[in-house]
Write a protein that binds this ligand. Structure first.
Ligand SMILES: CC/C=C\C/C=C\C/C=C\C/C=C\C/C=C\C/C=C\CCC(=O)SCCNC(=O)CCNC(=O)[C@H](O)C(C)(C)COP(=O)(O)OP(=O)(O)OC[C@H]1O[C@@H](n2cnc3c(N)ncnc32)[C@H](O)[C@@H]1OP(=O)(O)O
Ligand SMILES: CCCCCCCCCCCCCCCC(=O)OC[C@@H](O)COP(=O)(O)O
Length: 376
């Protein structure tokens, strides 16, 4: 193990990264709160400011993936579609199989300049996660309870609000609705069987209602669906803790651009279209397993320096302030202050560990896990 790798694997290095993320994140959340009065005066200006503030948070995680862990992200796509990426609104359909799939998604957003404005249909529980969840309120992320009776109206309304969004965005949909586990897969395939649908080997059966409502409400605002299939080399199952440890992974993403006009308007036809899409995605994963690559040419966008620059800025600022604080603390010699500081460090460490837990499949929800949810 080299010296740099040893440094990356140290608890102290990781504690510093977490401290910078948490404190800068809370500062940004506070600044976002301050933009509230601006929404009444100029909604579009408030949105543009929040896009940049949001970038300060999400790009730190991207920088950790790209620059700290050195993870490589390869894009397989049609070179004719490539110039459109980042220059139009799009609905992204991505497989939900990995703990850091969202982070790889963010990395591609960063490389095409839409990280600050990127959107997702997220479970409501994530809105309570400090920093990320709070940031999402101001970025008009669409939350759902994964209960269609309650979601159909709120999700449609939130999507309508995005129609006049001032900057290009990608709207991410994990149509499976939850991360893949063997048990969820087994139950999901029972549902597929009961519906007379072919079984999927690598995906859960997609939930079609969210996709249909998204396509219908963003028709005319989004130009295309980006069908995206992600996998990692060497059968790796990457984790956020691995990234913080400086472990390098290699992500491969296969993207097909499908113009929105090609997607049926009728709900049942749209559902059938999505099921067919997932059967195709399954065949791409099979191809990847057999050959170690996706079909088509590689057109990879390079890393940009902005995420790293933002991260270095926050590190310098917050480590300087921490240094000042520690100097005062040591010179004061007060046992109480020293104990209070140790308590602060433990809180930061436990707080971020809890947030990382949100990304862990083993601690995932029971959604899609219960036999009673199968309508056979
Ligand atoms: C060039 C580069 C291109 C791309 C780069 C890639 C990506 C970058 C893009 C953007 C990045 C942006 C942000 C990323 C950052 C962070 C994101 C992090 C996480 C957030 C993700 C989540 O929170 S996922 C969870 C929430 N989302 C969803 O659930 C979406 C999918 N769900 C739906 O659409 C649902 O329909 C719903 C949520 C709208 C409603 O839920 P409900 O449970 O009520 O669903 P349904 O009514 O659809 O379900 C009932 C039907 O399902 C059948 N059923 C029952 N049991 C099962 C089962 N176990 N499996 C499958 N199906 C089941 C049942 O029979 C019903 O069938 P019907 O025929 O009646 O429909
Ligand atoms: C600089 C790096 C510092 C790292 C600090 C850690 C920050 C943690 C950020 C938490 C972000 C939370 C995003 C989680 C996304 C996710 O994957 O959610 C799962 C849901 O889709 C489905 O949930 P489930 O039904 O449980 O499978």
């Amino acid at each position: 193990m080299g010296l740099v790798q040893l440094l990356k694997s140290q608890f102290l290095s990781q504690l510093i990264i977490c401290y910078v993320f948490l404190v800068s994140g809370l500062i940004v959340n506070l600044l976002q709160l301050c933009t509230l009065p601006l929404w009444l005066v100029s909604k579009q200006l408030a949105r543009r400011i929040n896009i940049r503030l949001g970038y300060c948070i999400s790009s730190q995680m991207v920088a950790a993936l790209e620059w700290w862990s050195g993870t490589e992200c390869t894009l397989y796509t049609d070179p004719k579609s490539y110039p459109l990426y980042g220059n139009e609104n799009a609905i992204v359909v991505l497989n939900h199989s990995f703990e850091i799939d969202f982070l790889c998604g963010w990395t591609f957003c960063e490389r095409f300049g839409v990280l600050g404005s990127s959107k997702v249909l997220a479970k409501k529980e994530l809105s309570y996660v400090p920093v990320i969840g709070w940031m999402w309120y101001f970025l008009e992320i669409v939350f759902c309870k994964r209960k269609w009776e309650e979601d159909r109206r709120t999700v449609a309304q939130s999507l309508q609000n995005l129609r006049d969004y001032p900057e290009n965005y990608w709207f991410l949909l994990y149509c499976e609705g939850t991360r893949l586990t063997p048990k969820k897969h087994q139950i999901s395939m029972q549902v597929a069987e009961s519906k007379g649908l072919p079984k999927l080997k690598y995906h859960l059966l997609p939930r079609t209602k969210g996709f249909w409502v998204t396509v219908q409400n963003l028709r005319g605002a989004a130009a295309a669906v980006y069908d995206s299939t992600l996998n990692f080399r060497n059968n790796e199952m990457p984790t956020l803790l691995g990234i913080l440890n400086g472990k390098k992974y290699h992500a491969d993403l296969y993207v097909r651009r499908i113009p929105l006009e090609l997607i049926p308007e009728d709900e049942a036809e749209c559902a059938a279209w999505l099921h067919k899409l997932y059967q195709e995605k399954d065949s791409f994963q099979e191809h990847y397993t057999q050959t170690g690559r996706f079909p088509g040419p590689i057109v990879s966008p390079p890393r940009r320096p902005w995420a790293l620059i933002n991260w270095l800025f926050w590190c310098c600022l917050l480590l300087y302030l921490l240094g000042l604080l520690l100097t005062q603390l040591i010179s004061s010699g007060s046992m109480l202050t020293i104990l209070a500081s140790l308590a602060f460090c433990s809180t930061v460490s436990l707080g971020v560990r809890w947030m990382i837990g949100q990304t862990e499949i083993d601690r995932g929800s029971s959604y899609g896990n219960k036999e009673e949810s199968v309508n056979i």
